[in-house]
Design a binder for this molecule. Sequence first.
Ligand SMILES: [Zn+2]
Length: 434
Amino acid sequence: MKPEAAALSAFMTAERREFHRHAESAFTEFWTASRIAGFLAREGYEVRIGREIMNPEYRMGVPDEEVLESCYRRALDEGADPAIAERMRGGFTAVAGILRNGPGPVLGFRFDMDAVDVQESGDADHLPRKLGFASLHEGVMHACGHDAHVATGLALARLLASDRDAWRGTVKLVFQPAEEGVRGARSIAESGFLDDVDYMIAGHVGIVPDGTRTFYGRVSGFLSTTKLDLHFTGRAAHAGVNPELGRSAILAAAATALQIQGIPRHSGGASRINIGRISGGTGRNVIPEHAFLALETRGQTSEINEFMASEATRIAEGVGQAYGVRVRIEKMGEASDARSDPELARIAAACALEAGYERAVEEPLPLGGSEDFSFLMNRVEARGGKALFVVLGTELADAHHSPRFDIREEDLPLGALTFALLAGRLSAGEASGR
Ligand SMILES: [Zn+2]
């Protein structure tokens, strides 16, 4: 390994472990985002924080004030810079760095930085446990590799800042909160911060766990999705003395759960629907006043997903009426469909091989899941820019969101180098512009 490559690898591994230790879930990334902001400033970037790049009206599924505040305090206790963290208070945890390098295109890169609500494995052979960098936080873990994404973003920031001859134009590095549950990207899209971006790029580690160093240059088939919370409110009554006075929220919730499985399949393409949680009631002899359903819909296109979500909503409201129960529906997350640009994919694949990947695939890789980067892709594309989502293949110790999830740290530099090379080629005008 060349000395620079060894230094990059050491830097990324150390950073990844720090972020892994301080895992923070959606909209509570105060420690994480503060550290990123400090780093970007030191590397010479103009830093944007919180409301400057987030439209508050489009945040979804934000934790309640108490949770936000206690996570904020925790971040300060763990050494977050108070002057920076203050600007994120209340869950405005997005950070971006802007670096200007003469005339040329505007390049956007997105890195998500939130952890998953999973309790990290205590197994002695789980590497983060063995080496002492397991999550400090109960029930929160980087079980999806977003710690690696943050390390990749910092490495890219450093590579671009330290070699300004390798690229030109303007780069905007965006660190997004709350990708899990697809809650954070839309508020960034709606802030307009990325409206001048010509090329918008993001990636995800792992996904295809075949153990090879394979770069998938063109992810497509993002499912559009909507996450809904349904709150049912009926009327409590004594189940023996006067049940006729009650209105059962549980019955309404249960009937809704069954009825929505009967939404017809859409002829336009694949769809999904799932009730992930159901709860309600207080005691055996009480007609239950409250019940709760957490559901999600997905569709191959935004139109199909919209059909699933609006049918689910219509059924819930109709069932509520039938049972005399009030239904309040809250949107907790959302992502649209999106397609990666084939020309960008071809250039990115060439960069990946140059960076050291063993294999680079240009054919579309269907994601089969959802990712709210789609909002940023669509926003940029709607204004004439191009967008790309890639997969940075590596070995995984276990599946995404598993308590034993882990990545192969030696592969970390590959993604950062690929993005840096891509910035060079795109700014040299290799892809057709807008
Ligand atoms: Zn993820």
